[in-house]
Design a protein around this ligand. Structure first.
Ligand code: ATP
Length: 234
């Protein structure tokens, strides 16, 4: 579904990614692990067309997307729930959600998508007329994910979705991610919450200093002593 081959990405003169390659097959949940500044966000933003790779290739569902604009990439079925959430605070929940359905493909099924999002996150239906800034952090994250789903993605990328959320909500969030996956959406997840993301993932890539230093099946990485020491605090 997504094949990223040896991308190199710079911020000015600073090289942030070095020959990074990864793949997501249809139906998979894939995790990116790594500490702050390891390059996960850069990799995800490059796939979404928000940053340009200076070399390498990005193939999504048989289309090379590395020179396409973000909105065209969304139109092909690839969406990002950004770390910053990027909601419009003084717009209502409903308005924020509807903004996700701007491609022609998504607009055509806007009503069904909205029911889908309300089914996943019933609280959003109750507060659909409320302005986004009045919601809790967890509810705002639901809106951000809901807006990503309104674009009818085939692959949904999520950057640190559990960041800043209360522990109780983190469990609910991961349940929702599993439900989204069961409904046919492939998922690429960058998370600091390593053990819970490995538990729901098929495979994972470990980033360090802008490189992929380890990749493998999530079940194997969960038992890898180095991963335990570095990320699970064991
Ligand atoms: P985090 O979890 O903190 O987001 P990350 O693994 O996603 O970490 P990136 O945000 O991709 O890491 O950062 C990779 C490298 O690129 C880091 O050295 C970071 O300082 C640098 N970097 C990120 N954004 C910028 C930017 N806008 N300008 C310059 N350097 C940047």
């Amino acid at each position: 579904m997504l094949k990223v081959d040896k991308i190199n990405v710079f911020y000015g003169l600073l090289q942030a990614l070095w020959n990074v390659s990864f793949e997501v097959q249809k139906g998979e949940i894939v995790s990116f692990l790594g500490s702050n500044g390891a390059g996960k966000t850069t990799a995800i933003k490059t796939v979404q067309g928000m940053l340009r790779a200076s070399s390498g290739e990005i193939l999504f569902m048989d289309t090379f997307i590395d020179r396409l604009d973000s909105h065209n990439i969304v139109g092909l079925g690839l969406s990002l729930v950004a770390e910053e959430r990027l909601l419009f605070p003084s717009m209502s929940v409903l308005e924020n959600l509807e903004l996700g359905a701007y491609s022609q493909r998504a607009r055509a099924v806007r009503r069904q998508s909205l029911e889908w999002v309300y089914g996943l996150f019933p609280v959003l239906k109750k507060c659909s007329r409320q302005k986004a800034y009045t919601l809790s952090g967890g509810e705002q994250q639901m809106v951000a994910i809901g807006r990503g789903l309104m674009a009818k993605p085939k692959l949904l990328m999520m950057d640190e979705p559990s960041l800043g959320l209360a522990p109780l909500f983190v469990g609910q969030l991961f349940k929702a991610i599993e439900m989204i996956h069961k409904q046919g959406v492939s998922i690429l997840l960058a998370e600091q919450n390593v053990s819970i993301s490995l538990r729901i993932s098929k495979k994972a890539y470990v980033f360090e200093n802008g490189r992929v230093i380890l990749k493998g099946r999530a079940v194997d990485l969960l038992q890898n002593e180095n991963i335990e020491k570095a990320y699970l605090g064991l």
